[in-house]
Design a protein around this ligand. Sequence first.
Ligand code: NDP
Ligand code: MG
Length: 372
Amino acid sequence: MQKRKKIGIIGATGSIGTQAIELLMQNQDKFLIEFITAHNNEKLLDQIQSDTGAKHSFLTTDPNYENILKSYLETLDIDMVLHAATGINGINSAYMIVDHGIDIALANKESLVTAGDIIINRAKETGSNIVPVDSEHSAIFQSLIGHNTKDIESITLTASGGPFRTRPSDSMDYISIEEALNHPKWFMGNKVSIDSATMMNKGLELIEAKYLFNIDHTKLNVVIHPESIIHSLVNYNDGSTIAQLGYPDMKIPISYALAYPGRVQNAAKCLDLAEVGELTFFKPDFTRFKALQIALDALESNSNKRFIMLNSSNEAAVMAFLKGDIKFMDITKIVELAIEEIDFEDSKTVYDAIDSSKKAYEKAEQIIKKFK
Ligand code: NDP
Ligand code: MG
């Protein structure tokens, strides 16, 4: 019998985590769940543990969390960790996994945005494979296999445009939390849903792509594709474009990352293009979705401290919006103001990135107070 792949899951109770659990349970002959974590939701974590037979479970809120994670990474002979926790708390976990030379299925985008160089370089040193879970990066990753990076002309990330793609600017101030969470194509956790509504998500993804694929920002672009069937494209210097397609279903990239370098069956449907009918594409509107412009400016500056401020101030502002403290359009304004007030340096180590992310978050909270 083939050896089962040993998996750990950080953020098992979330949108990505629970879909991964479903997939692993459908392929029990191929996978073994070694550990699972949640942040607060102990009840669901216990339920998942009893349903799956996962050997260990623990909470990221446990003050001893990092020591527990370290001891499991050292002793459990894990093949891959799915990192699907939200937010800047995930930076150190991502680093710890690659530091131990363990493969990572990476959904947590905040770790790459804030410490991309540090994490990627450490992964190269230890031999850890980073396989992206984000659908766009999974598409790019798959479209690069068998090709040379030097032959890339450009990479195009697709974006659905979110729930407000066609909403008139003069009504954008009155967007409710429910409307912003109601994504037309993807069912996701709250933070990434709001990021998709402001389009900051695409900005974060551009930064993620820069690090993951070691590509200059001038070769990265975005196209709006409301049907979300083409998940991203790589354009080569001979005029060929390679893309990955599929229905908008996160089970597909989750499945690809967990099974890498192979594939496993899952509950996702295969694409029927005649059923889809029409695929449409538009240029992004950088005026209505200023977050995208702010992220592009940050990319152009290629400054780690700016990526950190962008990421932390956005996270703080999204949390404030979800609490009902600020308006939807304030999120981007807060990020813009916060970027003007960076008072830390580029990070040399992962600890610098974590410290600066926390400082940046606190700075943003000060700015948010003025908007309440
Ligand atoms: P959810 O909010 O649905 O779930 C987050 C998970 O992380 C839960 O298990 C949660 O535990 C845990 N968690 C929450 N806060 C923290 C924290 N501060 N530290 C550690 N763990 C925490 O998020 P998603 O599954 O939607 O997203 C996870 C990551 O994947 C994000 O970085 C997101 O950007 C990225 N991603 C998600 C996509 C999606 O389709 N959902 C698509 C592409 C990327 P508890 O339940 O106890 O709160
Ligand atoms: Mg995405």
